[in-house]
Design a protein around this ligand. Structure first.
Ligand SMILES: Cc1ncc(COP(=O)(O)O)c(C=O)c1O
Length: 759
């Protein structure tokens, strides 16, 4: 049996006749019997449009939708969508189904006598009409089954289809991987558990590169090449390359393919660590662009005024959007980086931008000026639906390559040399299929899916803003959302359709970013990235007497099943994506209320965080939640963690060595580990061997090869303040890439250490 045959795609019948003791009811029941028993289809029923609407909203596996036109009034289609507000219920329902899915077959079930009454507006959206009572149930069941089969055949994109077909053939495997279609796992209990957990299909689809039906990822041939070409078209690129080791590798492929040792380049300091690794791998000589920060430590756009005028660069790279959801006007940013021969936008978090008009002009592949190569690297797995590590590189050609297939092919041949250097000869085909399917999902109904996500994100924003306003009016407090002031007053539709509502106007109090010479439409806040604000300090740096540090709130949320993306000192980030549901939002709001209730009664930490209090009884047992928040708030203030973080992030240390030379010092053992508290940057400057990037927010403070001296002392000051903070609040240790913990002292504390180049 085929895994994804017609049975996997249920037929939805919307009719109130099915239960009735009438000719029509009997005819329908016979139709359903033949459909299920003889044709092997599965059937779902709804007797009203309300339920049918919910079902269409919730299920994307419907194979055909059948609407009984004579079932006089099947209730209201309860959808707040203007596009479907007119017409009778049947018409509105048909329009609703089409607004969700442009291609699922819709059949009208009608009485021949009412043919005249079928409105053209409905007929032009459906795929056919079934005449009740006139044709035999068997004949109609056959038509319906064909409709499901044809549609099911068109749902799967090429590679995924080939993979499913191959797995369905039950070939006897004599090739890698060694589990041979999962069979190998069944040789022991733990293997059997693995098999049961992941399921047979996943394992039968895990195949060797030697299966010719699936083409080759390294050669981009066969159905694999077809899948990449499909993704290129879907994402607006001239070429697309699938990468199975994340954007961490995608970034390196892009850079290694374009930049030679010693070449000058421009790099957003707000870059992922893989960009630093790309500097090491290429031997590039980077000039950094510093992003601005607000007093909460959030990272804004880079200040393009620091791009050296008149110079030429092999490549320039920007992070778009930033972690906090700031997205650039791509054309403006590209113009500011005019001296670079190639542009790279790291869009690890922004793969969806192409599929909703609100992001128009804000992503790399939207650039229409074909003067140079433009690359976009995207972690398809982060906010679309690919499996972890599945990423894409998109390439837009300059005009000469775009116009000449021979030159484009020449580019590809050279680029592919680097690509192959990073590609395994044993690709995981489920990842390839997930990249192709993620592209197909977006191409088919990306705008609808993103519209849904945006609607839910905006409703959550409004809900939180509403609660905060109500509570504050009664003299209480609540969490807030970081957003332009107008958002809580505008309509959802306006906020979804009008990017102007999300623009970062220069100097606006809500964002708190210092002026960086930006014209108006330059940057926009992404509606689906929600930064929550805690009481304690505002975006301009004004401190409140009482504070609720975000680390405590997100620890609480985590304990209650709400896992946040990022935690800063007084803010935390939640991402909305295709996997976000209303249920998750309800759980979040309920948990926030619960937190506030525990705070209000200063509930003991033994009750709120039993694990924390148990692990560190001296620090936390008997302490109340509100007191704990206040103690941490005061420590953050006294240690000046926020201003120190902002000051440290403004420093661009002198580069004693280029990143690749600093790396070579590590390889050759010309490095040593020193305690942070032993450093005296003014008296004895040292050169960092590795990048130092604290989480939050994961942005490097120091790159390998840069000097810690008097001018970069704010970096050491900030790290020391963090160390002091962690000593005072055990269990709240952050992650600092590049900072290791040394041997424990007599008090058990393991001091911060750094790797520096030996003098
Ligand atoms: C800006 C940026 N680029 C690249 C990456 C790496 O992506 P991946 O996890 O797909 O390797 C990340 C990961 O967080 C990132 O934030």
């Amino acid at each position: 049996m085929q895994t994804l045959g017609t049975k996997a795609w249920p037929v939805l019948i919307v009719s109130d006749q099915i239960q009735k003791q009438s000719d029509e009811g009997a005819w329908l029941r016979e139709l359903v019997g033949v459909l299920t028993d003889d044709f092997g289809c599965s059937v779902l029923f709804c007797s009203g449009y309300g339920d049918a609407h919910d079902l269409v909203y919730a299920r994307e596996d419907l194979g055909t939708v059948i609407v009984d036109w004579e079932s006089a009034e099947l209730g209201r289609v309860h959808r707040k969508n203007d596009a479907i507000a007119t017409g009778n219920s049947g018409e509105r329902f048909v329009r609703y189904v089409r607004s969700r899915n442009a291609r699922v077959p819709i059949l009208i079930l009608s009485d021949r006598s009412s043919v005249e009454s079928l409105p053209n507006r409905a007929l032009e959206r459906v795929n056919g009409v079934i005449w009740k009572l006139t044709d035999t149930p068997r004949f109609n069941a056959g038509r319906i089954e064909r409709s499901v089969a044809e549609y099911a055949g068109s749902v799967l994109p090429a590679f995924f289809q080939a993979l499913v077909s191959y797995a369905d053939e039950y070939n006897a495997a004599w090739h890698t991987p060694g589990h041979m279609g999962g069979q190998g796992f069944l040789q022991s209990p733990s293997g059997t558990a693995f098999h049961k957990f992941f399921g047979e299909n996943m394992l039968r689809a895990d195949l060797s590169i030697s299966v010719p039906e699936l083409g080759s990822l390294l050669d981009h041939s066969g159905v694999t090449g077809k899948a990449e070409r499909f993704s290129a078209a879907a994402f607006g690129a001239d070429r697309c390359y699938y990468v199975l080791n994340g954007t961490s590798t995608g970034n390196q492929i892009v850079w290694r393919s374009q930049v030679a040792p010693g070449e000058a380049c421009i790099l957003d300091r707000n870059c992922h660590k893989s960009m630093h690794h790309a500097m090491i791998a290429t031997g590039a000589q980077p000039t950094y662009l510093q992003p601005v920060r607000n007093a909460l430590g959030m990272i804004g756009p880079v200040d393009f005024r620091s791009v050296p005028a008149g110079a030429s660069y092999a490549m320039a790279a920007l992070t778009n959007s930033t972690y906090d959801g700031i997205c650039y006007d791509a054309a403006y940013a590209a113009a500011k980086l005019g001296g670079a021969s190639a542009l790279h936008f790291d869009e690890a978090w922004f793969a969806y931008a192409r599929f909703h008009p609100i992001y128009s002009g804000r992503y790399a592949m939207s650039l229409s000026d074909r003067r140079r190569l433009v690359f976009s690297t995207q972690s398809t797995h982060k906010l679309l639906t690919a499996l972890s590590q599945a990423s894409m590189i998109h390439v837009k050609f300059p005009a000469d390559l775009a116009a000449s297939p021979a030159r484009a092919e020449d580019f590809h041949r050279r680029f592919n040399e680097t690509y192959m250097m990073h590609g395994s000869t044993s690709p995981q085909y489920a990842m390839v299929a997930s990249l192709e399917v993620a592209s197909k999902m977006m191409a088919d109904n990306g705008a609808t899916a993103l519209g849904d996500i945006m609607e839910e994100a905006i409703e959550l924003r409004r809900k939180i803003a509403g609660i905060a306003a109500e509570e504050e009016a009664q003299g209480d407090w609540f969490f807030r959302v970081w957003q332009p002031e107008g958002v809580s007053r505008a309509s959802t539709r306006d906020l979804i359709e009008n990017p102007g509502a999300w623009i970062l106007e220069p100097g606006a109090a809500w964002h708190g970013f210092p002026a960086c010479g930006l014209p108006d439409p330059f940057c926009m806040l992404d509606p689906i990235k929600l930064t929550f604000l805690c009481p304690g300090v505002d975006s301009s740096g004004r401190w409140a007497e009482r504070g609720v540090p975000a680390a405590i709130v997100t620890r609480f949320l985590g304990d209650h099943g709400v896992v946040c993306e990022k935690t800063d000192y007084y803010s935390w980030l939640l991402l909305n994506s295709l996997g976000t549901t209303k249920g998750k939002q309800g759980t979040l709001v309920a948990a926030l209320f619960r937190f506030r209730e525990l705070y209000a009664r200063n509930a003991p930490l033994d009750e709120v965080f039993p694990d924390l209090a148990g692990a560190h009884p001296v620090s936390y047992q008997g302490v109340g939640l509100a007191d704990h928040c206040q103690a941490m708030h005061q420590a953050i203030r006294q240690l000046e963690l926020l201003p120190r973080m902002v000051a440290a992030s403004k420093v661009l240390p002198v580069q004693a060595l280029c990143p690749s030379d600093a790396y070579r010092a590590i390889v050759q053992g010309r490095v040593e580990t020193v305690r942070l508290d032993s450093l005296d940057p003014t008296a004895s400057p040292r050169t960092a061997a590795v990048m130092v990037a604290p989480y939050p927010p994961g942005i490097p403070l120091l790159m390998g090869g840069e000097i810690l001296d008097a001018s970069s002392a704010p970096i050491v000051d900030y790290l020391r303040a963090r160390e002091d903070f962690e000593r005072s609040f055990p269990g709240y240790g952050g992650d600092i890439h590049g900072v290791e913990r040394g041997e424990p002292g007599s008090d058990g504390w393991r001091p911060y250490t750094l790797m520096v180049v030996r003098d």
